[in-house]
Write a protein that binds this ligand. Structure first.
Ligand code: PMP
Length: 356
């Protein structure tokens, strides 16, 4: 009787099926939606973060990795023993390396050499062939994406998954992230906001939420310094600023194919500075014990701004893309923070967490 009561309680709070899932790829998605108490209290709205760090590869990009590989299989581009090649700042590569391992494919990753050592080490441990290349803009033929495409073209039974312009990426969020958020809020979500790298998460989730709510849910872009999208959304002009950001995996210099069909659906955009991001990152660690990456902290700052803009009593959802573990040597290092001019942005009583 007692056991049955506990079981009933467990099942009523669980969002995932109680049934076993099939291997690594079966554990992707169905992440919890986490209410952030301190920020909900501050804003008078519910601030909710999709806990994407709980994906088995540790980030939101597991979803896209699974969908682009499945898409290549379904289109007959990838056969047993084949090779998956991708240009990625890290998290997609980690998702792809896991998915390839589970499905028996080889995995080759081209990435800009500005990325954190933790991500490179992890990729290598997962068996990926990692090729760091100079960080040059997309317009340069030596950009990591072009190098990935060219390498895949030289191989047989190989696919360049092309996360930026392959809309199977966006489909992952139309078919999983969007429906999960809708169901977890029982359709009462008022707003969604997140930053973009490829644009898959923002565009796919926005598309689903706009359609299911008949345009009631308001959707916003969050953008770091150096990205062109904030200005593009606000003014329609694509202007490069030459600024840069400490956030990894977000910010964009163009409208990718994942973004372009749905960019016009957005209701607005918020620009977030690195100072705001780092202060939120430390605050969430202190107040909530949340140990999250910089793109996630930026998303949470944006969720607070959207909540303040919409007025009290709303439900605002954002994405907690990954944990801080992958960036520890930077985000918690005094030397690195000083080099970025960001130590002073951390409130004085939280500087005790700067431990490296
Ligand atoms: N945050 C992190 C940490 C990422 O690695 C990425 C993907 N590069 C994103 C956010 C953005 O996700 P998307 O590619 O779906 O726009």
């Amino acid at each position: 009787m007692f056991a049955r009561r506990i079981a009933a309680r467990l099942y009523s709070t669980a969002i995932t099926s109680a049934k076993p899932v099939e291997g690594f790829v079966g554990a992707i998605g169905n992440t919890p939606l986490v209410r952030i108490p301190s920020l909900s209290k501050q804003t008078g709205s519910e601030i909710l973060g999709k806990a994407e760090w709980m994906n088995p590869g540790g980030s939101v990009k597991d979803r896209a990795a699974l969908f682009v590989v499945k898409d290549a299989e379904e289109r007959g581009l990838l056969k047993p023993g084949g090779t998956v090649v991708e240009g990625t700042a890290g998290n997609t590569g980690i998702g792809l390396a896991h998915v390839c391992r589970a499905k028996g494919y080889k995995c080759v990753i081209y990435m800009p050499n500005t990325q954190s050592q933790e991500k490179i080490d992890l990729l290598r441990m997962l068996g990926a062939d990692v090729r760091p290349v100079p960080a040059v803009p997309f317009t340069d033929p030596a950009n990591y994406n072009h190098q990935a495409r060219e390498y895949a073209e030289k191989l047989t039974n190989a696919v360049w998954t092309n996360q930026f312009d392959n809309i199977a990426n966006r489909r992952a969020h139309i078919e999983t992230t969007g429906p999960e958020i809708w169901s977890q809020t029982s359709g009462t979500i008022d707003a969604f906001v997140c930053a973009t790298g490829t644009g898959g998460t923002l565009a796919g989730t926005t598309r689903y939420l706009k359609e299911i709510s008949q345009n009631r849910v308001r959707c916003f872009l969050a953008d770091p310094p150096g990205s062109v999208l904030f200005a593009l959304q606000q003014t329609g002009q694509l202007e490069r600023t030459g600024a840069s950001s400490i956030t990894e995996g977000i910010g964009q210099g163009r409208l990718t194919d994942n973004l372009s069909p749905d960019f016009k659906l957005l209701d607005g955009a918020v620009h977030i500075t690195d100072e705001e991001t780092i202060a939120m990152l430390y605050r969430l660690l202190d107040e909530e014990g949340m140990f999250i990456g910089a793109s996630s902290a930026l998303n949470v700052v944006a969720a607070v701004k959207v909540a303040e803009k919409l007025g009290r009593g709303k439900k605002v959802v954002t994405v907690v893309c990954d944990g801080a573990y992958r960036y520890q040597s930077r985000l918690f290092s005094r030397k690195w923070l000083d080099a970025k001019g960001l130590f002073e942005a951390i409130p004085e009583d939280l500087r005790k967490y700067v431990s490296l």
